[in-house]
Write a protein that binds this ligand. Sequence first.
Ligand SMILES: [Zn+2]
Length: 324
Amino acid sequence: MISNWEHVRPDKDVFASFLGIDKAQFCRCLESSLRCGERAIRAHSVQNSHLLDHLVRDGHVVGLTHSVTLSEGPKIDFGLVGRNQATTFTGLCASHDDLIFGPIEKNELDFTSPEHRFLLAYRAAYRELHATMEGAMKAQASYLERVRRNLDPKDSPSPAGRLANDRMLVSWETYSYKGLLDAAYVKRDFSLMVHDVITLDAQRTSVAACTLFSVDHIQVRGDVLRIHLNVLPVAPHTTVVLFSYLRSHASLARPFLERILGSNGPHQRYELSRLILDSCENFVLSPTYFDTWGVEKRNAVLDYFVNTLLKSDLAYECADLYLF
Ligand SMILES: [Zn+2]
């Protein structure tokens, strides 16, 4: 996946130590007080008990996999993932996962319920905070390892040092944003957020997703626009898409989402698919649906996903991006 890997490939010893950092997991219960010392479990960001049933085949879904080898470097691909691992994150202990998200994990989802809609969005924020903290932890560990090996200077800026700082800042901003939701959750003030619900009827359900993404070019009150997205296969032929954002950001979020909210049919599914690939790595596909993809479509989807990892490109057009 890195075109100049042969020029930047480290020696075996260095590679082994960075591989260890890459595999490290951030495990901590991120409940609002950050005082919980219980062991973090693999918490599901998409309801496992009912929703994944509509995608699973032989206990698996298809998700993005990430690997790195000394000969070829980092690689992102699609692969089978066990349903108990799919869409999970180690950012909640069992007690807090049950206490906070029990209402949307144990019951049939009610998209007219302010509590259910808030909790679906809130869970995306937990997952994103966990992802940014894990990213910051790995970037910092990589930088310190480079310094330890005299690959980077200790007292002056380097690309790895700047990356570690950037990741730390992103994590801090996500933590601050989640704090707004924590305060609303404690007061059970679910009106902090507003939601758009879209129901898609298709031949079969094909994808599930849960993410909180930022729209970096839209600034709002000292932050950037943040949008929560849940894509939930609720029945064999029905998918519900839930967009959530702060009520105070609605005047900016709605125009950003207009291409989806203001369309329908195949065009709406196309716009949704592109947004999922552009802004979300936490999605899974039905293996039965994935098996219908040809090599060209698979490569087109992967290329678009990889090309937008660092910079969004919602102007890109390609008929192969459909996920529904
Ligand atoms: Zn806990």
